[in-house]
Write a protein of this length. Structure first.
Ligand code: ATP
Length: 286
């Protein structure tokens, strides 16, 4: 069985729209130990069983797409029986589908005996989604370009976070579609976060949290502001939205502190988790 981590964006800046229709971004991605569980077993044909009935089990699921793409590219004719135990909220800005897709590529590479390198898997991963290659790597990276150009940021401390999700799904495409024409920004906050991580101080990292999509998402989902205020009132050192939202997260002084904050912000209608950042390989066999 594999544990497939969610991610948060410690800093995220949309820098502008590219001619190819994508947005140029700069972000610091961080894996956290809120995980889905994926089991991949030998079978003649490809099948997927998912614990969350709201998710598709056909080509609409990134797991099936990842398996099909890898099978085509490698000329593999074998199948697999894949079971997904879903814990990461869907359409939440936590990259759950991308993480599942990366774990699928990693597991099938082994199951089918393909012996593809991580770099070769990453080349296929990016065609499934810009966030997918991150999950094949280590727990923290600076991502630029469309989000697919990764520079690992190793050894910059471990942090405890509190995630809060309002149980309202939000489409990444819809949020990016609302970025106004002519939007430009510089990657200052992202560079500041890279510097802050070097100090290994939770307080400094909390002071450098940034996401310039918040101004677009807050009017759509008023809960964002309420969740951030609740985290700060409960003692978080800083709070920000992850990715294109609507999940927000706060930085705590320690894991115990994160659990205290979680119990204080636990409101009806919101889901909360105290988590730790993941360092080392994101995909882990258990
Ligand atoms: P990101 O942070 O990368 O934008 P997200 O966390 O906002 O991602 P996901 O949970 O990855 O969003 O999924 C968004 C959409 O992808 C949903 O509409 C969902 O139906 C579809 N999807 C396909 N496969 C999966 C999967 N394995 N897990 C979750 N969602 C999936």
């Amino acid at each position: 069985m594999l544990r497939t981590s969610a991610k948060v964006n410690l800093a995220l800046e949309v820098l502008g729209k590219r001619d190819d229709g994508y947005h140029e971004i700069a972000t610091v991605m961080q894996a956290v130990d809120l995980c889905d569980r994926l089991t991949v077993e030998t079978a003649d044909t490809l099948s997927l069983v998912v614990s969350n009935p709201a998710l598709p089990t056909d080509d609409g699921n990134l797991i099936v797409r990842a398996a099909a793409r890898l099978g085509e590219a490698a000329g593999a004719t074998k199948g697999a029986r894949i079971t997904l135990d879903k814990h990461i909220p869907v359409a939440a800005g936590l990259g759950g589908g991308s993480s599942d897709a990366a774990a699928t590529l990693w597991a099938l590479n082994r199951l089918w005996g393909l012996r593809w390198s991580r770099a070769r898997l990453a080349g296929l991963a990016v065609r499934l989604g810009m966030d997918v290659p991150f999950f094949l790597g280590t727990g923290r990276a600076l991502a630029t370009g469309r989000g697919e150009q990764l520079e690992p940021l190793p050894g910059a401390g471990a942090y405890a976070l509190v995630l809060v999700n309002p149980n309202v799904p939000l489409s990444t495409g819809e949020v990016y579609g609302r970025v106004p024409a002519g939007w430009t920004a510089e990657a200052r906050s992202t560079r500041r976060m890279v510097e802050a991580l070097r100090t290994r101080s939770a307080r400094t990292v909390a002071g450098a949290l940034a996401n310039n999509l918040e101004s677009i998402v807050e009017p759509m989902v008023p809960a964002i502001r309420h969740m951030k205020s609740a985290l700060l009132a409960a003692g978080a050192l800083g709070a920000v939205m992850s990715g294109s939202g609507p999940t927000v997260f706060g930085v705590a002084r320690s894991y115990d502190h994160a659990r205290q904050i979680r119990s204080r912000v636990n409101r009806a209608g919101w889901s909360c988790w105290a988590v730790r950042t993941v360092s080392g390989r994101v995909i882990r066999a258990v």
